[in-house]
Design a protein around this ligand. Structure first.
Ligand SMILES: Nc1nc2c(ncn2[C@@H]2O[C@H](COP(=O)(O)OP(=O)(O)OP(=O)(O)O)[C@@H](O)[C@H]2O)c(=O)[nH]1
Ligand SMILES: [Mg+2]
Length: 285
């Protein structure tokens, strides 16, 4: 991924604008829900978030937990406890992990009510902003928390384009916001992993690049996937041969070779849909 592409596509104008709006709105909120991808608990967090939201209380919400394994989630929870960072794993689609999430919100609302009462003021709803990088499920989580489809969601990074307040029945006001990356993605490995989970668009990182990353990652960490899903009897020595075997299993061949791009697109889609199994792409150090 070269510099030109980074400048053109990682960080389009609307993200810079959204960043400024998030900063403005953060001042009016009581709590920030930082929505990250459960498969990338480190790399899917925006390092610039702190400078946008200041010292607001933040709950790290690792969404899409349905694509991960319990033992790996527990390792990360222990890690975040050690860091003093409140964190929960949820699956917005299945409403998993909502008990812990709601407990946290209720606690924050009770604290707010006490603060207001101490100043002789009437209680009001807790104002909560959902922030995070693209495609982590901010809008889906908002809808699941509200219990109806108030905001648009979709399998494409950069879907939400403006900030939108939604009020729930139980003392909450939720603010959806557009996914925001940061201008310089220096860590090449993290950038490719973000593209693999679908947080960076294919214009910024083509499928051949993040598909190649995913193929190599799987070969090293989850080689059994190729036997189980693509009937590759014996793992070849080189990833090029492995790609060929996968393509052949799916009939993605043409005269004189394989249909490479199509094979990568298929591999990425099956991975993103959880068909290759439940696993994270990174663990705590
Ligand atoms: N497997 C799984 N997929 C989910 C979950 N929550 C959301 N998704 C999917 O993730 C994709 C992105 O969801 P959105 O809610 O649009 O994500 P977003 O963070 O609002 O994205 P932007 O608005 O582009 O920043 C959609 O295809 C959702 O169906 C979940 O808990 N598990
Ligand atoms: Mg959205």
């Amino acid at each position: 991924m070269n510099d030109t592409r980074q400048n053109i596509n990682w960080f389009p104008g609307h993200m810079a604008k959204a960043g400024r709006q998030v900063k403005e709105q953060a001042a009016l909120c009581d709590l920030i829900l930082e929505i990250a991808d459960a498969r990338l608990p480190r790399s899917s967090r925006n390092p610039q978030l702190k400078s946008m939201i200041g010292a607001k209380p933040t709950l790290l919400v690792l969404n899409k937990a349905d694509l991960t394994e319990k033992s790996e989630r527990e390792r990360w929870l222990a890690y975040f406890r050690g860091e003093g960072q409140p964190a929960v794993f949820v699956a917005a689609r299945k409403k998993q992990g909502f008990k812990e999430l709601n407990q946290f919100l209720e606690g924050e609302h009770a604290r707010l009510s006490e603060r207001l009462a101490a100043r002789g003021r009437r209680p009001r709803p807790l104002r909560v902003m959902m922030v995070g990088i693209p495609n982590t499920g901010k809008s889906a989580l908002l809808n699941a928390m509200v219990g109806s489809n108030k905001v648009k969601t979709g399998n494409k990074p950069g879907l939400t384009r403006s900030l939108q307040w939604v009020r729930t029945a139980d003392h909450l006001e939720l603010l959806d916001s557009p996914g925001i990356l940061w201008p310089k993605l220096d860590d090449q490995r993290a950038a490719l992993a973000l593209a693999a989970v679908g947080s960076i668009s294919k214009d910024a990182c083509p499928e051949e690049e993040c598909g190649w990353f995913l193929l190599n990652w799987l070969m090293e960490h989850r080689p059994e996937v190729f036997r189980e899903r693509y009937r590759v009897a014996e793992l070849p020595e080189y990833p090029e041969e492995l790609l060929e075997a996968v393509a052949k299993n799916r009939g993605m061949v043409r005269k004189g070779g394989i249909r490479e791009e199509e094979t990568y697109i298929m591999l990425l889609k099956e991975y993103r849909d959880g068909k290759l199994g439940k696993f994270m792409l990174e663990l705590p150090e």
